[in-house]
Design a protein around this ligand. Sequence first.
Ligand SMILES: [Fe+2]
Ligand SMILES: [Fe+2]
Length: 227
Amino acid sequence: MHRSDIILSSYQNLVAYIMQTMTIDPYLSYLTQHLTPARIQHSLGVMQVMEQLAPIYELNPTTARLAGLAHDAAKELTPPQMIEIARMIHFPLNDPSDCDPLYLHGPCSAYVASHEMGVNDPLILEAIFRHSYVGDGPVQSPVFCWCLRFADMLEPGRDWHDVRSSLQPMIFAGQMGQAAYELMEWLVPFVESMNIIPHPAQRALRRKLAQLFANGANGVNNDQLPV
Ligand SMILES: [Fe+2]
Ligand SMILES: [Fe+2]
């Protein structure tokens, strides 16, 4: 490579780095005021994995990064604050699991991202809403939604070595459906092992994916996956 090309390429890398930093800066400063350092670290880890998944699944890298960064924006609100948001957005609280912050923080984080952080990309808000395995009906981008769930599971700070080592190669090879199926086969018993009742939507999703992918079934394209 010619010396001027090297200078140009490092200049372009620098500009790209500055642009990326500037893009996330206002969001990061909001989050640092509302989340613990450990949660910020987790969010940056999810952002980093989203960045790696973006070229594999043809996501817009800026959008992917922001979804990762903001996905747990409401995670540290109190349960009554989350229930108040649920009422404001008419999120149904029919099942006891609906009021559990483990599940409710997805819809609440989408609300906070939209109303307090100024995130307005519908794909980001949808993926944040659904990342805690609630909500029903079709989504605009099953691929984006599953990428966020995978990034949430794969981020380096998680102490989930077994599931990471079995699913990461599949996810990075683009085998989203098979990985989603195997993730749910792991996740539901994992939730139960913590004495938490899996959300009915989680159980239903596990069943749907098993019908599509268990025992060598044909599966579906990534963009038709149930979420
Ligand atoms: Fe979360
Ligand atoms: Fe998370």
